[in-house]
Structure formats: C-alpha cells, structure tokens
Design a protein around this ligand. Structure first.
Ligand code: ZN
Length: 91
C-alpha cells in the first residue's frame, strides 16, 4: 500500500531535517525560511514539538550553568550597587 507508506516515510525524513535545524532555530540563527519550516512542522508533529521543548529547556539550563553571567546582569548589579552607595553617601 504505497499510499499509506509514502507519507509516513516523507514525514520521518521531515522530522530528521527539522530536528537538525532546531538548535539553530533556538539560537535564532535560522533564516526566515528555515524558521517557517520548523514552525510549520512543529505545529503538526507532536514528537518534534516535544523534542524542541526538551532542547529549549536543555539550552536554557546550559545558559544558566555557564560561568559568565548573561550580559546585562552585571550592569544591573552595578547600577544597584551605585545607587546604594550614592544613597549611603547622601544619608
Ligand atoms: Zn516531526
């Protein structure tokens, strides 16, 4: 029954292709066409949606674990510290 087998086979190839694009997609390094391809597939394919969610969580955790704080965090702390000492000097 080729009519049943073919779409399934095509879907699996699509899954592989989309999964290969996922980390770039999450990094925001994918061109608009690639993003659209991932999003369209994710919309229809629950397993890939789960893979993407897991990958996103993993990448988020890695970002949190990395030694250097994200840019901006230090600035914020700096500003808070400066405000505090300014306030202390004023008081
Ligand atoms: Zn898929």
């Amino acid at each position: 029954m080729p009519r049943l087998r073919n779409p399934l086979k095509r879907d699996l190839r699509k899954c592989e292709e989309v999964r290969g694009l996922m980390s770039d997609y999450l990094d925001g390094e994918l061109a608009a066409e690639g993003r659209r391809r991932v999003e369209r597939h994710i919309f229809m394919c629950r397993p890939c949606r789960r893979v993407l969610a897991n990958l996103r969580r993993t990448l988020g955790r890695l970002a949190h674990l990395s030694e250097s704080p994200p840019p901006g965090a230090d600035d914020e702390r700096d500003v808070a510290e400066r405000l505090r000492s300014a306030w202390r000097n004023h008081a």
